[in-house]
Design a protein around this ligand. Structure first.
Ligand code: SF4
Ligand code: SF4
Length: 221
């Protein structure tokens, strides 16, 4: 999931200082789980804006904010509220914000959140970054632990000299990614495999931005 946190409200207020009316758009998926774009957060934002003398023409939590066509269909019943609004505040990730940008070319759109990373929720509203979306996964060779993400230096060839007592020189709170990989492979009785594995210099072309992908197969004629 995409991990978001609320932007500094003063910055958002600075963005919207010249506008009077707003439509608030949230997302029922990641932003709801992060507590940045679900029903309670939209309600709180509406109350805060109204307390600041602004008006809110409508609010809606999209099912999946980054799904452009689905969001377009869901927003049809809100046409009047969207026509009336000066601008749209999107309370999801940057992808959801850009769905609104694509759908409402004539309206300014502002993000209410900062998008941080692709992460796992380990318990309620605790998030860990586990994958950097490199485009060519090597988890098959590293016991399922990603050194590109778990090692602050993204080292692919074992621990650096800064590893101390199994912890990372960047922070004692971080366990060295390569110690974790070693321990996991040992537990799985795959140490020999780890010794034999060769991680070639990574081809970063798969992470060249902006990336696109089409998975739909063309219909057979
Ligand atoms: S190797 Fe790449 S795709 Fe696999 S978890 Fe790490 S960053 Fe993500
Ligand atoms: S100590 Fe381990 S986790 Fe930290 S930078 Fe070195 S290899 Fe990476």
């Amino acid at each position: 999931m995409i991990i978001t946190k609320k932007r500094d409200f003063k910055e958002l207020m600075e963005n919207i200082k010249n506008y009077k009316s707003f439509f608030l758009l949230g997302c029922s998926e990641c932003a709801t789980l992060c507590g940045t774009g679900g029903e309670p957060e939209l309600k709180a934002m509406k109350e805060t804006l109204e307390a600041e003398g602004k008006s809110v023409t409508g609010t809606f939590v999209a099912k999946t904010g980054c799904q452009v066509l689905g969001t377009k269909v869901e927003l049809k019943p809100f046409k009047e509220a969207l026509d009336k609004t000066d601008c749209i505040i999107v309370m999801s990730c940057g992808a959801g914000t850009q769905s609104a940008v694509e759908l409402y070319e004539d309206k300014p759109v502002f993000p209410a959140n900062d998008s941080l990373f692709l992460g796992n929720m380990t318990r309620l509203q605790f998030f860990d970054e586990r994958c950097s979306l490199c485009g060519k996964c090597i988890l098959d060779k590293t016991g399922g632990i990603c050194p590109i993400t778990a090692c602050p230096k993204g080292l692919l060839n074992g621990p650096c000299g800064g590893c101390k007592d199994g912890h990372c020189e960047i922070s004692p709170d971080i366990k060295c990614a390569w110690v974790r990989i070693y321990e996991r492979m040992k537990k799985l009785d795959r140490l020999q495999e780890l010794c034999e594995v060769t991680l070639e210099a990574k081809d970063w072309s798969a992470s060249q931005k902006p990336r696109t992908l089409v998975t739909r197969e063309e219909k057979k004629k």
